[in-house]
Design a protein around this ligand. Structure first.
Ligand SMILES: NC(=O)c1ccc[n+]([C@@H]2O[C@H](COP(=O)([O-])OP(=O)(O)OC[C@H]3O[C@@H](n4cnc5c(N)ncnc54)[C@H](OP(=O)(O)O)[C@@H]3O)[C@@H](O)[C@H]2O)c1
Length: 233
């Protein structure tokens, strides 16, 4: 489908990571203007253009940093229609031998970034005729396996936040949804699980297309959904 998102202004958090990059490519192909926010400096292989604004050094656990970034995007594009909360992180460790600090870190990386970015973007999203929030939870938010208690609890926080904010905004112009991937086909996952069948995982470009649908006009009637995107896992 050509130009599914023509004229839409979309903010991607964690925009320099694996999924963030694939999502930016897909959304630009679909006619959106895209701002990619990330904690690290803008990598040398990422170039700004008329429709693409990369902003590095944005700590999305910090409301001032998040607010400044949203103001810059709004000033550059004139509006913010959509926010995709991609920033996040993973930890695997058994609870018995793991660190309590991991629970704080997973909360900061997954819940705090999502909540802070959404809070900063919301005044802008509410001025859009078709506002969208899509956050990246994980299938582990529904049922956790071995070693992922802190991660799964944090992603469950992202899913519950999604459902509650969707209810809060139901009568207004902003929908709020999440996707729950199983394993994304990333270089890090390939290195960690070299004997797995990579074709059973979710390609970043496939997940980008699902997110693009949730941002589109066709998904205006979906809110409060936490959609499993599990490939063949
Ligand atoms: N990979 C998987 O199999 C999988 C499965 C289910 C769900 N997910 C979720 O999908 C999302 C994307 O995964 P990915 O594999 O693409 O991860 P990734 O490559 O590590 O990208 C995540 C990005 O978020 C950024 N980030 C972290 N903390 C931040 C902060 N405080 N402020 C701003 N940016 C911050 C990171 O920046 P720095 O690198 O500078 O820290 C990184 O660029 C994550 O939410 C992840 O939890 C992934």
């Amino acid at each position: 489908m050509a130009h599914l998102l023509k004229g839409r202004s979309v903010v991607i958090t964690g925009g320099f990571g694996i999924l963030g990059r694939a999502l930016a490519v897909y959304l630009l192909e679909q006619g959106a203007r895209v701002a990619a926010l990330d904690l690290s400096a803008v990598p040398v292989d990422i170039q700004a253009s008329e429709d693409f604004l990369p902003l590095g050094g944005v700590d999305l656990t910090d409301p001032v940093s998040a607010g400044d970034a949203m103001a810059q995007v709004s000033s550059a594009f004139g509006q913010i229609d959509s926010l995709v909360n991609v920033a996040g992180g993973f930890a695997w460790e058994p609870f018995e031998t793991g660190a309590l600090e991991t629970w704080d870190r997973m909360y900061q990386m997954n819940v705090r970034t999502t909540v802070t970015a959404t809070h900063a973007a919301l005044p802008h999203l509410l001025t859009s005729a078709d506002g969208r929030v899509v956050s990246i939870s994980a299938v582990a938010a529904g049922k956790a396996g071995l070693g992922v208690s802190a991660y799964a609890a944090a992603k469950a926080g992202v899913s519950r936040f999604t459902e509650s904010l969707a209810e809060e905004l139901k009568a207004r112009s902003v929908t709020v949804n999440a996707v729950m991937p199983s394993i994304i086909d990333t270089p890090a996952n390939r290195a960690d699980m070299p004997d797995e069948d990579f074709s059973s995982w979710v390609a970043p470009s496939s997940l980008a297309a699902v997110i693009g649908f949730l941002l589109s006009d066709q998904a205006a009637v979906i809110t409060g959904a936490c959609l499993p995107v599990t490939g063949k896992v």
